[in-house]
Design a binder for this molecule. Structure first.
Ligand code: MRU
Length: 359
């Protein structure tokens, strides 16, 4: 199972083949590339919770196919039993991770597709769900491409681009969000360099972003999170592009912990700060960033590195997985329909509300 794009040499993050769901285990990258079949709803939940599949768009696609996996035992039952199980499994999968809105968005879309269908029996309802999951999957690839096309003019010859965490191909089923303009610029022969923050505590920047960009032949330099401001001060960064897990109606957004610090530094150094935002990550029901639920993860992710303790025993720890950046620090949201600039409340809604959202 290979990636959707000739630009990428990685295995596909998510694959659905003959009623089976396969996930690339991202916790083992960059050293091992292992694709595993996920057979039960509990395995799907764990795959998302334990970050074997991660990144907002990929979590959405995995949730959609994961709900199909969950519904397989209900295929030969009654329609009523199918709907009852569907509600239950969707609610369960939705608890796997709270911050990326793509998960609840995809699960809601899947549930509604089944509820609106006039399929005659449970097997036909199951087929409706597989078709909807496949649609979400294909849309994700098209959305990444759209973000790439609209973000491309931001990548100018000789420029330096800084990114945080992994909003790359590995976080999606396509070219990534923040990385899509980078891949297209590289394909067009634009010479530029990328600085990838390592992104403590789980090192998605080092393990995933540095890896996938290097594999694709881009000029990428890995830095620790604490070095980002210094790179900016040295004039090495011209533009920052990050991804997001949820954009509130007013343009405040959640992304991997550390994004807020990068945005503050970018403002200090007067650098443009862009957020790659697929329509599936826009949450117009959440008014402002303060309303976004931030996932708190286990202490061990902070006190240990590569399985080894790096802190005194019994130290007090905080481990919020995401932070919220206020909209006033955002230059623009790169969406599949174009770049949205302030006032964000008005302009984000105008771009997506009229026809109900995603492509
Ligand atoms: O905890 P993760 O690895 O799922 O966090 C991922 C991020 O914060 C990404 O930047 C975000 O999901 C956007 S992915 C296109």
């Amino acid at each position: 199972m290979v990636s959707s794009s000739p630009l990428l040499t990685l295995p596909a993050t998510i694959a659905w083949k003959e009623d089976a769901l396969y996930l690339l285990d991202q916790t083992r990258l960059p050293h091992e590339s292992v694709v595993e079949r996920v057979r039960t709803v509990e395995e799907v939940w764990r795959g998302i919770h334990e970050l074997r599949v991660r990144g907002a768009p990929a979590i959405g696609v995995a949730g959609a196919y994961g709900l199909c996996v969950a519904m397989q035992p209900a295929r030969d039952g009654s329609r009523e039993a199918f709907y009852a199980a569907l509600e239950q499994h969707a609610a369960y999968l939705d608890t796997a991770r709270p911050t990326a809105v793509n998960l609840s968005w995809a699960l809601r879309r899947m549930t509604q597709a089944a509820q609106r269908s006039d399929a005659v029996d449970a097997e036909a309802l199951y087929q409706v769900m597989v078709a909807e999951a496949s649609k979400i999957h294909q849309e994700d690839q098209a959305i990444c491409k759209g973000i790439g096309v609209h973000g491309l003019p931001l990548i100018t010859p000789g420029s330096g681009v800084l990114t945080h965490c992994n909003a790359g191909a590995l976080a999606t089923t396509g070219l990534g969000t923040a990385t899509a303009p980078l891949y297209l610029a590289h394909q067009n022969g634009v010479a530029f360099r990328v600085f990838a923050d390592e992104t403590r505590p789980l090192l998605q920047g080092a393990r995933l972003t540095a890896f996938e960009l290097q594999q694709a032949g881009l000029d990428v330099t890995l830095i620790t999170d604490g070095m980002a401001a210094s790179m900016m001060a040295q004039g090495l960064v011209d533009v920052v592009i990050v991804g997001t897990d949820r954009v509130a109606a007013n343009g405040d957004f959640a992304n991997k912990i550390g994004t807020l610090g990068v945005a503050v530094a970018a403002r200090y150094f007067n650098l443009p700060f862009y957020v790659a935002c697929p329509s599936s990550t826009l949450d117009l029901q959440t008014a402002r960033g303060a309303d976004i639920v931030i996932e708190e993860r286990s202490d061990g992710e902070v006190t240990h590195l590569g399985g080894r303790s790096i802190a005194p025993p019994d130290i007090k720890v905080r481990n919020p997985a995401f932070d919220v950046t206020p909209n006033e620090l955002v230059t623009g949201f790169i969406t599949e329909r174009g770049i949205v600039r302030a006032p964000f409340g008005k302009n984000l809604a105008a771009l997506f509300v009229s026809d109900g959202g995603a492509l």
